[in-house]
Design a protein around this ligand. Sequence first.
Ligand code: KG4
Ligand code: ZN
Length: 336
Amino acid sequence: MRVLGIESSCDETGVAIFDSEQGLMADALFSQIDMHALYGGVVPELASRDHIKRLRPLVDQVMAEADCTPADIDAVAFTQGPGLIGALMTGACFARALAYGWNVPALAVNHMEGHLLAPMLAPEKPQFPFVALLVSGGHTQLYSVSGIGQYELLGETLDDAAGEAFDKTAKLLGLPYPGGPHLAKLAEQGDATKFKFPRPMMDRPGVDFSFSGLKTSVRTAANKIENISQQDKADICASFQEAMVDTLTKKCKRALKQVAMKRLVVSGGVSANIALRSRLEQLMQGMRGELYCPPLSYCTDNGAMIALAGWHRMQAGQAPLGLGLQVKPRWPLKDA
Ligand code: KG4
Ligand code: ZN
């Protein structure tokens, strides 16, 4: 069974072919980062227009790379939501037209389910059940996962997402967009003990998060420094990252205890953060448990995770779509 996957929910156009026997056969990505960097964030209309330009050449590229003809493809999966409505529409229209033309089913995939399953693209794949920490630009959530489509929300952020907090903090320090990776890089040269930033909501029971206060503390600390130096910025980055990693790790520990599990999956863009990965690895070693992460290049948005999720959905008996065209800019994973 071979599925072509299309991702276009935000600022990356991703296309990939996943084969149930051979695994990932081809994968192509176009990142719009350079275009949006000029504006300091994603400009939705520009994102949509660019997806339209990239989709066809990327499909041609993966078909050639995997040495496939349309007759070799069994289904086309695409991101139906959540995401930017215009960007979602481009991928949905393109995928639906392709599936219709090739006479194969079109499968709607939830972007966050794509992230959730992305660790299964690694050689060591997690078995169900597990606890999943989803940390991306728009989401910070903890789920108890017992199978495909069986997602129980344990906790989530009440305000900013982890990636959003990384990006906003980076922006206020004058780092380029997207801030997360730049902040992490600068943090390597900083002293994480220089600033004591809060660990929000640790004193309350449960596994919800809140990151807007952390961001405000960083602003206050940065504003207090006259003529902020590069070393000051590095220290702030390291201290901010430490607060973030500490909070995420402790909430994971709580969630695992709450559902009596020892298997943790972390995915989404922020799971590319090396400090977070190594702290979670330590946590799981201490608990004699297991940690699963996506390969580094599949932490952020990509077509491979959509092709993979589409295949899982097909296996689970998800009905192919009719001809109506619908996207879901808001689509909680628990409803997927
Ligand atoms: O999953 P993703 O590509 O898009 C969404 O679905 O939102 O995640 C993008 C987010 C951005 O906020 C970006 O700054 C963050 O992931 N990110 C990182 C790192 N790499 C990407 N945050 C911290 N450290 C990183 N190394
Ligand atoms: Zn994403």
